[in-house]
Design a protein around this ligand. Structure first.
Ligand code: GLN
Length: 396
């Protein structure tokens, strides 16, 4: 066989490398440390979902489903989107079940974008968004948004929108910053979208993780927005099933139909037994589940943010999601090993056996993230406490 250097890879594959988010998981496993890097969410899966998965296998729900998902699940998602998100969808035809919200993001991006198109993405961004958008051949234009308490400059967005602009991406609550978009911000954005005839893809996968009274607002719920918005979410984060790869999108029927066909082409369908199991999330869990989830994450957020502050990080408090994007400048002033984000990440692995994600992963220009690390607090409480003890032990 030819040595791998002889392969002539497609341009789209040439620049691929393991993401920083995954790489740090590998690194921290080498030292037997605690992973606050990758947002794995290794909390227990609720019993009704686990039982539902076992039942679906026992019942032999094993063949392909409709390319956009089984009908009862599409209907349950529709009802959830109407009730919780206030999205004015009216039929299961407007729902596409796919391979994780990332899989549905791929079907949306592939359905709308191609070479010559442009897409606006707010920074700091989730790297998978950026890289998937680039895979379509479209050009990504980044606009600074910042974290909690920051917002975008409408003139900067305006400047990023050229005649080729077609799509704008909104992630609320945001990974990595924990920013939750307000109704006013979404309304300003909608105004821009209408003036420039843009479609939004909104990633709302962290929609139930909200703190200090923050409210989740779906862009598609604003008057006039639904016709030009694809709303994405999924089961991974809310029900601790990141490995199930089950997500969904809601969009006006012509868009949803196109995304369904793209889903068929790329994946045929989402894993069928798990689609049946996911029904339990709607049928067997009450609203108490979301309240408990919120309280549990609120406690973890305080624990992690206060620990990071105590050892010399500046920590803008996340309003949602389960990450803290923290600035280590004060710590860098007093210690070696913090020359930049890559050095700081490695120092934390070596001295505290704690994984985090380098700030550069979330910016077009790596220099913009050179003082930041992202920490995930979706861990069992004793594990998070142990992680905080290790951080205080090494840097306190
Ligand atoms: N969404 C999670 C994160 O941001 C997991 C991503 C991944 O494993 N690629 O960490």
């Amino acid at each position: 066989m030819a040595p791998s250097s002889h392969f002539s890879f497609a341009t789209r594959a040439q620049s691929l490398e393991q993401s920083d988010i995954r790489a740090v998981t590998q690194r921290v496993e080498e030292v037997g440390g605690i992973n606050l890097g990758q947002g794995i969410c290794d909390l227990p899966t609720p019993e009704p979902l686990r039982a539902g998965a076992q039942r679906a296998i026992a019942d032999d729900e094993s063949i392909y489903s409709h390319y956009a998902g089984i009908e009862p699940l599409r209907r349950a998602i529709l009802e959830k989107e109407q009730a919780y998100n206030e999205v004015p969808a009216t039929s299961p035809e407007e729902v596409v079940v796919g391979v994780g919200s990332t899989g549905v993001f791929v079907t949306a991006a592939m359905s709308l974008l191609e070479a010559g198109d442009e897409v606006v993405l707010f920074e700091p961004f989730y790297g998978y968004h950026r890289n998937i958008l680039e895979l379509t051949g479209a050009t990504v234009r980044s606009v600074p948004l910042g974290g909690p308490g920051s917002t975008f400059d409408p003139e900067a967005v305006e400047a990023a929108i050229t005649d080729d602009a077609k799509v704008i991406v909104v992630n609320t609550p945001a990974n990595p910053s924990g920013k939750v978009w307000t109704r006013e911000e979404l309304s300003d954005l909608l105004d821009l979208m209408e003036r420039h005839d843009l479609v939004a893809i909104t990633d709302e996968i962290y929609e139930y993780m909200l703190y200090d009274g923050a409210q989740h607002v779906s862009l598609a719920s604003l008057p006039g927005a639904y016709d030009r918005t694809i709303t994405l979410s999924g089961f991974s984060k809310t029900y601790n099933v990141t490995g199930w790869r089950l997500g969904y999108g809601v969009a006006p029927a012509p868009l949803a139909e196109r995304m369904g066909l793209m889903n068929d082409l790329l994946y045929i369908c989402a894993p069928r037994p798990l689609q049946h199991a996911a029904l339990a999330a709607f049928e067997d869990l009450s609203d108490d589940y979301f309240e408990q989830l919120r309280d549990d994450y609120a406690e973890r957020r305080v624990l992690l943010c206060e620990t990071l502050e105590a050892i010399g990080f500046e920590v803008p408090r996340p309003e949602g999601a389960y990450y803290a994007l923290a600035d280590f400048s004060p710590l860098a002033a007093t210690r070696d090993g913090f020359a930049d984000d890559a050095a700081a990440c490695e120092t934390l692995v070596q001295e505290a056996k704690i994984a985090s994600v380098t700030g550069r992963s979330f910016y077009e220009d790596p220099a913009d993230g050179r003082r930041q690390l992202r920490f995930c607090f979706a861990k069992e409480l004793p594990v998070l406490r142990q992680a905080c003890d290790q951080l205080r032990g090494a840097f306190g």
